[in-house]
Each structure stands twice: as C-alpha cells, then as structure tokens.
Design a protein around this ligand. Structure first.
Ligand code: TYD
Ligand code: MG
Length: 464
C-alpha cells in the first residue's frame, strides 16, 4: 500500500503547505493550518474512472443553444437574484453568517417549490429532523411535501438522491457538516468540504437537479474553509444583514447563468422572511424629519436604486485629537470629505468630534454618497435642517468639484417615486429626466455649503 501523503492546509483560505507554520502566508490567518491526509484523488475525478484519453469533438462558437432550464420558486426577490430561478443541472452556493437566515430562506424556497409539485429534497446536516419540522410548523409550511433527511455522509446522501426519480431541487444545509469516505481528513476541513462539494456538483450535472449548498462565512467575509467551493459552483449568493436589524440582502456575487449585480431584499419577521418590494421605504421608515444632520442619499445596490438616511453629528471636542466614529461608511472617505470641506470650502469643522451613521444598518460603499455626507455634516455643524423632501447624490473630487455619478436617471426616478420633491447633485446628463423634481445641479461643493449655511445664523460655518 502506498504511503499516506499528508499536507498542511489552511482552514481559512485552503492554501496548502509542505510544512506546518503558525501563520498562513496566503491569507495571514494565525493558527489556521491543519495537517490533512490527502490521497492522489483530491481534486481528481472518481477513483474508478479510467483515463481513456480519447479526443473530444471541437465545435464552433455559433450553433444551437438552449437557454438554461430553470425552476422558479415564486419568491420574486430570490428569483431575481438567481436570474429567474434555480438552474437545473447546476450547483449554487448560498453563503452568510451563522444565524442570518439561510436555512429559513431555503426552507421557504423548498416549500414553495414542493407546493408547486416539484420534487424537493432538503438534507440538513446541522439540525435534526424534529428541529427542521418545528421551524416549518412555525413558518406555517408544515404541510408542504418537502422530502427531508438529517444526514452528513456524502455517500449516503448520493445513494438516497439516486434512488428515486431525479429531484428538481436539492438543498444541502450546510456543506461544512458533510464528510466523505473518499478522504481521511476530519469533517469540516478544507479537503473534506472540497471533495464533498465536488461530488455534489457532479451529481447536479449528471442528474439535472439544481443543487443548493449552504456555507457559513467567517468574520472577514470568506466562506469558512471552502473558499475553493466558490470556484466549483455555477453561482454564489451571499445572504447578509445586520443581526440587530431585521432587513436582509441576498446578493449575487457570481453567476454563470445571469447577472451578478442583482440584490433581493427581505425582512426577518416572526413568520420567516418576508419579501420587501420597496426597500427604500423600509430604510427611510422612522426618519427624523426636520432634524439637523440628517440627509437622504439616493444610492444604488446593484441595479436597484435605494434611498437611505445618512446621519451626522458634529460636536465640539474636548480632546486634542477629535473623535471620528463611522458606522456603515468608509472612514477614510469621511476624512477626505472633511479635508475638502476644510481646505476648498473654508469650513472649520476638523476640530470637532464627528459621528456618522447610515441608518438601518446598511453599508454604503459608493463614492456617490459623498455629497449626502457633506450635506449632513454641514447641516449638523450649522444646526440648520436640510429640506425634508430633499435627496442628495454626487461624488466629491479632491479639488472641491462635484462629479456626476452613474445611474443618475434611476436614482431620480426612485426619488420621485418615494414622494421627494428636490434633488441636490452634480451635473446631470442630457437624458437623465428629472420629471417633476426640483433639481439643483452643483458644480462646486462650496455652492452646496453656501446653500445650506445660508447667509445668517448657525454656528460659524462657511467663511465665504
Ligand atoms: P436561520 O435560518 O437558522 O439562520 P442560518 O441558517 O443562516 O444560520 O435563522 C436563524 C435566526 O432567524 C434565528 O436567530 C431566529 C430568526 N428567525 C426569525 O426571526 N423568524 C423566523 O420565523 C425564523 C424561522 C427564524
Ligand atoms: Mg442554518
């Protein structure tokens, strides 16, 4: 018998080393390297497959194609992100922090499909059958004809799936709990997860079933261990949200059968996840209208416009080095906006403590939020509320100018749809229709500062 080959594999990113080290050179994680037994079959096909080496047929790019056959769940926010439903014969990975609602979402999807007469198999490796049943009853889905099992062995799962008629959808919750006899490593290690995911992906291709793998994500946003699984599957969706808020966003990050810039918005309720058709209304709910330091930003999440409230508090600082606290936005971006306000617009703001918060727990990453942040800051500094029906978007340049941003038309339409009346932004394109909105196009940040600060009153603001 051949000598067992071992390798040292980082459990965070999957890099392998020939010797143990305390720190993974690839991802920088400490103490993540574990010795795993590998056989020559890792990453290769089934053991029994003979390599016949016969030539394959080469074909031109043009020719007959069929569009991917899909199974639609009827949950519109989910179908939107997958690009119109789960694709038959493909594997999809749903990642997200523990407790965010992955099992809930997939149980709801499973029940919706089963109720439509599809054969849906739900394999839970984390929860016992009774626990899944209990959840289904709480969600009022106890009667849906979903076929359920609690199992972690890949060989048993495959044998079960291959026994009956081919399923339309298989849900594996979660990939980290599976183990296969084909490798000797402990369950949950990279080698196990990779080999299990490979076997299930192969089953999807062979049987024509849609296979959904659930994966947990580590705190730095990587799917724990099986980063490699991302490359094996046809689509990767992330389910994200803030545990202290009820909204959840399902985001496509990879999709071989559709666009990746789609998001689906859900709200976690006592009756499971509810679709949110109008996310802007959710994020603006309970907004403190008429308070100084609050500005509404017309942002984009993928291809969807989303209005959120940006709150700023500028307070005199007793400290030599004033505090800066930012939630939901990039703090270096805040420093930049402050520097531009200070040097280009003559606003003395830097010596204050500054707190910035994106309401509702959303994370904004677009530079287009610059203008709304600046408006909120000036409003708080001067103590003057912004017009309650005003919305802002635009990127601020280091020279103090305001640059136009992408999708202005969509942002304007969403603004109007939600009943706002005025927009402050950079220069708009000729075909960005403003509808009934009153649009103020600012070319310089100092113009906005002057507009908000007005001529009289407020705590020392613009000098010019
Ligand atoms: P779950 O789907 O188990 O998360 P994951 O599979 O991603 O780990 O969701 C768990 C959380 O969702 C739990 O904290 C309770 C909450 N929840 C509700 O608020 N309402 C519900 O109807 C359900 C089923 C769960
Ligand atoms: Mg779960």
């Amino acid at each position: 018998m051949a000598k067992l080959k071992t390798s040292f594999v980082c459990q965070s990113c999957g890099s392998s080393y020939s010797r143990w080290t305390g720190r993974c050179e690839s991802c920088g994680e400490w103490n993540s390297i574990v010795e795993e037994v590998v056989d020559s079959g890792v990453g290769a096909g089934p053991r029994s497959a003979k390599s016949s080496g016969r030539p394959t047929v080469l074909v031109p790019l043009s020719g007959e194609t069929e569009s991917a056959a899909r199974v639609e769940t009827g949950i519109a926010e989910l179908d939107r992100v997958t690009g119109g439903g789960f694709v038959r014969g493909s594997a999809l990975l749903v990642g997200g922090d523990p407790g965010i609602g992955k099992s809930t979402l997939l149980l709801q999807a499973a029940a919706a499909l089963a109720n439509k007469g599809k054969r849906v198999v739900y394999i839970s490796g984390e929860e016992a059958v009774a626990q899944v049943r209990l959840r289904a009853q709480r969600l009022d889905l106890g009667e849906a004809p979903v076929q359920l099992a609690s199992e972690t062995s890949v060989e048993i799962i495959l044998a079960t799936l291959e026994a009956g008629p081919p399923p339309d959808l298989v849900i594996i919750d979660s990939i980290q709990t599976l183990w296969t006899e084909r490798v000797d490593s402990a369950p949950g290690t990279v080698t196990q997860v990779r080999t299990s995911a490979q076997a299930l992906t192969r089953f999807a291709k062979k049987s024509g079933a849609g296979v959904v793998l659930v994966g947990h994500v580590t705190k730095d946003g990587q799917i724990a261990g099986p980063r490699v699984v991302e490359h094996m599957v046809d689509a990767v969706l992330y389910f994200e949200g803030d545990a202290s808020h009820t909204f959840r966003i399902l985001r496509g990050v990879k999709n071989r059968y559709g666009a990746t810039d789609e998001i689906g918005v859900f709200e976690m309720t006592t009756l499971g996840l509810r679709e949110v058709q109008n996310p802007s209304a959710l994020f603006l709910d309970g907004r403190d209208q008429g308070a100084a330091g609050s500005a509404v930003f017309a942002g984009m999440e993928g291809t969807r416009p989303l209005l959120v409230e940006i709150q700023a508090l500028v307070a005199p600082s007793p400290l030599g080095t004033p505090r800066r606290a930012v939630v939901g936005w990039d703090s270096s971006r805040l420093s930049m906006v402050l520097a531009v306000l200070e040097t280009r617009c003559g606003v003395r703001i830097g010596a204050n403590d500054i707190y910035l918060n994106v309401a509702g727990g959303l994370k904004v990453v677009e530079p287009a939020a610059d203008l709304a942040v600046a408006a909120a800051l000036i409003s708080s500094l001067t103590g003057k509320p912004l017009p309650p029906d005003g919305v802002y978007f635009g990127e601020i340049s280091l020279a103090g100018g305001i640059r136009p941003v992408a999708h202005a038309g969509l942002r304007l339409r969403e603004t109007e749809k939600l009943g706002f009346g005025a927009v402050g932004t950079g220069r708009l394109g000729s075909n960005d229709k403003a509808g009934g909105l009153q649009v103020s196009e600012f070319s310089q940040l100092s113009d906005l500062v002057a507009r908000i600060a007005g001529s009289a009153g407020g705590r020392a603001a613009a000098e010019e």
